[in-house]
Ligand binder design. Structure first.
Ligand code: UD1
Ligand code: MG
Length: 447
């Protein structure tokens, strides 16, 4: 069955008190909207249509960064959830598979839950995702009758008996797309909120003799985000799950509650993550690596048995081969570090390649930026870069070459050579003693 996702995200999100559209606020380094798209990815949707309103241009950019094939349509005025879904109709012209409506501010629906809905569609025309609410509050209530979902009544329009129902509407709905749009065309705004309610399609469908059912999920899955406090709760929930999953996957977390994952962090078995490590997006770590305390990693790849930190920073494009050592106060950006190479202390390595087993001395810096352009530093294998070497890029250091400590290297160093590029040392006999005497005498005269 072909599937199209229609993701609603046009709402203003007033309670976020933000210039950013609500659905672009991030959880674990990805917009909440992208989390909703990712949970649907397991169903391999053929089409994805996001309905945007406030900040639609920014929403479009974020959506297409994650999925270039996704379409973004505009709902200029927010007249209700049915009206929002109707905006997706032109984008889905000619599509006659299933449509699954999701909310962009509800990021934790599990892929398994969506799969259960797709399965329930084999026996029913409309499937609604429901949950037993601990406190049903203002949710729409699911009214069952004779083993069928008979209708959904919004809180504002419900009587006391209906308000007593605890089975609530999550908002996720699945139906054949042609039928869905047809049902929506009959929805009116004749209700307490003067809105076009998507939920009205159930009553309309039942009156036509169509079938409807409820798939249930845990309330936590349907958590919607409306405020900064809820955003923080969602982040905490995500992190708690990510820590648990990492541990189940065989990763040691010394102090799990101090490690922060991104939405896409991948970590191999028997890797050890020490306390206070933060992962930005795009990190892959292979098996048996050690990420020591207080390190920050994003957009990088760490191979087997590498050791990173404590206090290391790996930025986008850092590619560490097996057994690499990156030590304290070292920053690596857009650089390939080959097997067994070491950058152990106080260095910046950017736009560079470092060959196997090379040892980069303390305080070494690749001077990659001339104020306008970035340039490349290439260091061969088995080199020894002396402490406090400035490598002024573009520059190449040949295999098994050395640089003298404190050198400013502006020209290529051939393989096997030693480059010395600093002032030659001169010792002035007895000078220090004479200078000290002079200075102390001066001080005595002043006091
Ligand atoms: C909706 C449901 C309710 C359900 C609840 C679950 C309806 C009528 N009601 O109520 O049964 O229990 O969600 O959270 O569907 N949106 C648009 N355009 C609009 C209106 C809404 O894109 O014109 C988007 C919002 O950005 C949001 C989602 O649709 O992502 C839900 O809208 P919201 O206003 O929060 O609906 P509720 O009143 O919470
Ligand atoms: Mg809501």
């Amino acid at each position: 069955m072909a599937i199209a996702f229609i993701i609603l995200g046009a709402g203003m999100g007033t309670r976020m008190n933000s210039d950013l559209p609500k659905v672009l606020h991030e959880i674990a380094g990805a917009p909440m909207l992208v989390h909703a798209m990712k949970s649907g990815a397991a169903l391999a949707p053929d089409r994805t249509v996001v309905v945007a309103g406030h900040g639609a241009a920014a929403v479009e950019k974020a959506v297409q960064t994650y999925d270039p094939d996704a379409q973004v349509v505009l709902q200029a005025e927010q007249l209700g959830t049915a009206h929002a879904v109707a905006q997706a109709q032109p984008a889905l012209a000619g599509f006659d598979g299933d449509a699954l409506v999701l909310y962009g501010d509800t990021p934790f629906i599990r892929p398994e839950t969506l799969a259960a809905m797709a399965a329930a569609r084999l026996t029913h025309d409309i499937v609604v995702l429901g949950f037993e609410a601990a406190d049903p509050g203002r949710y729409g209530r699911l009214i069952l009758k004779d083993d069928q979902l008979d209708r959904i009544v919004e809180y504002k329009d419900a009587n006391d008996e209906e308000r007593a129902v605890r089975l609530c509407n999550s908002g996720v709905i699945a139906a054949n797309s042609t039928m869905l749009f047809d049902l929506i065309s009959e929805v009116s705004d004749d209700n307490a909120a003067k809105e076009y309610y998507l939920t009205d399609i159930i009553g309309i469908a039942r009156a036509r003799g169509l079938t409807a059912t409820v798939v249930r999920c845990e309330e936590a899955e349907t958590m919607g985000i409306n405020s900064r406090a809820e955003l923080a709760q969602a982040e905490a929930l995500f992190q708690a799950q990510a820590r648990q999953m990492a541990q189940e996957d065989g990763v040691t977390l010394t102090a799990p509650e101090t490690v922060f994952f991104a939405h896409d962090t991948v970590i191999g078995r028997d890797t050890v993550i020490e306390p206070n490590v933060v992962f930005g997006p795009g990190v892959t770590i292979e098996s048996g690596a050690t990420i020591r305390a207080f390190s920050h990693l994003e957009g990088c790849h760490v191979s087997r048995d590498a050791v990173v930190g404590p206090y290391a920073r790996l930025r986008p494009g850092a590619e560490l081969a097996e057994g690499v050592r990156i030590g304290n106060f070292v920053e690596i950006k857009n650089a390939i570090i080959a097997e067994g190479a070491k950058v152990n202390h106080l260095s910046y390595i950017g736009d560079a390649e470092i060959g196997a087993r090379s040892n980069i001395g303390a305080g070494t810096i690749t001077c990659n930026y001339d104020g306008v352009f970035k340039h490349q530093t290439v260091i061969g294998k088995d080199t020894f870069i002396g402490s406090n070497t400035m490598l002024v890029a573009p520059v190449t250091i040949g295999d098994a070459a050395m640089t003298a400590s404190g050198s400013v290297i502006t020209r290529d160093v051939p393989a096997g050579d030693l480059a010395v590029a600093r002032g030659r040392q001169e010792n002035k006999a007895g000078f220090a003693v004479r200078l000290f005497e002079k200075l102390r005498a001066l001080k005595a005269k002043r006091s």
